[in-house]
Ligand binder design. Structure first.
Ligand code: ZN
Length: 68
């Protein structure tokens, strides 16, 4: 298996809702896990705090859109 492929089995962080938004902290794209140490190490069990906040912000915007 190529190192660039991740599954929820090997990277539980992929199950987090925050995985659906890009990460400002490490530059991870949507659907990709966060990385540390300049991208050399995958954060398998969590994401950056900034990413969780970004996800919450996206949810808030979606809620606003739904009201309109
Ligand atoms: Zn990140």
């Amino acid at each position: 298996m190529p190192e660039t492929e991740y599954t929820p089995e090997t990277v539980p962080a992929l199950n987090l809702p925050a995985i659906n938004v890009p990460c400002d902290a490490c530059g991870a794209k949507e659907g990709a896990p966060c990385t540390s140490h300049s991208g050399t190490r995958v954060r398998k069990h969590d994401v950056h705090r900034a990413r969780s906040l970004a996800r919450q912000h996206a949810d808030a915007q979606a809620a606003q859109t739904a009201i309109v």
